[in-house]
Structure formats: structure tokens, C-alpha cells
Design a protein. Structure first.
Length: 109
């Protein structure tokens, strides 16, 4: 049992490294986007949209890396793992943007 867990951890480590590297980048981008959406200045909203699109494209390009680093042998499980990781990154972006916006509204209002 101990050997199986250490084997799984060893196979999961590359995927964790990719995921958590991008998670920090997604958090930073979401904080910037949420901050820009607070102010109603059109240049800031444009910059926020550009940042959001850039991060979305860069995260989507990690699909192949996540699928290759998945700790599973079968191709369908690798694809499900990569899609799940991308969904989690997308949801974390939305959570941070919403949090920043709600904090700003509670302070301002």
C-alpha cells in the first residue's frame, strides 16, 4: 500500500507542478482583472479583457502538458484529468474576480 501511494505521488508530481504554477498566475491575473472591473474607465476594462483573454489562451495551451503529465495510463483518463484541471483553473479565476469585486463593493458601498 505504501509503495503504491509513493508511486502515485511520483507520477502526480509533474501534473501538480504545472497546475500550481498556473494557479498562482491565474490568481494574479484575476486580481488584476477584478481590480480593473471595479473602476468604470473604458481603458481599464479593455486592459482587463486583454489580460483575461491572454491568460485563458495560455492556460488552454497547457492542455497537452497536463494530459501528458497525468498519472493515468489510459488516454481517456488523461483527457478527463486535463479537462478537470483546466475547469478548476477557470473556476478559480472566476472566484478570485468575484471576491475582489465583492470586497470592493462592500468597502465602497
Amino acid at each position: 500500500m505504501q509503495q503504491a501511494l509513493s508511486s502515485l505521488h511520483g507520477r502526480l508530481a509533474p501534473a501538480e507542478e504545472i497546475f500550481f504554477t498556473w494557479l498562482m498566475r491565474v490568481f494574479a491575473a484575476a486580481a488584476l482583472v477584478g481590480s480593473a472591473w471595479i473602476d468604470d474607465a473604458p481603458p481599464l476594462e479593455l486592459a482587463a479583457a486583454i489580460i483575461a483573454m491572454y491568460v485563458a489562451v495560455r492556460v488552454a495551451t497547457q492542455f497537452g502538458n497536463l494530459a501528458a503529465a497525468a498519472p493515468f495510463e489510459s488516454r481517456p483518463l488523461r483527457m478527463i484529468f486535463a479537462v478537470g484541471a483546466l475547469v478548476l483553473l477557470g473556476l478559480s479565476f472566476l472566484v478570485v474576480v468575484t471576491l475582489v469585486e465583492r470586497l470592493a463593493l462592500s468597502i465602497a458601498g
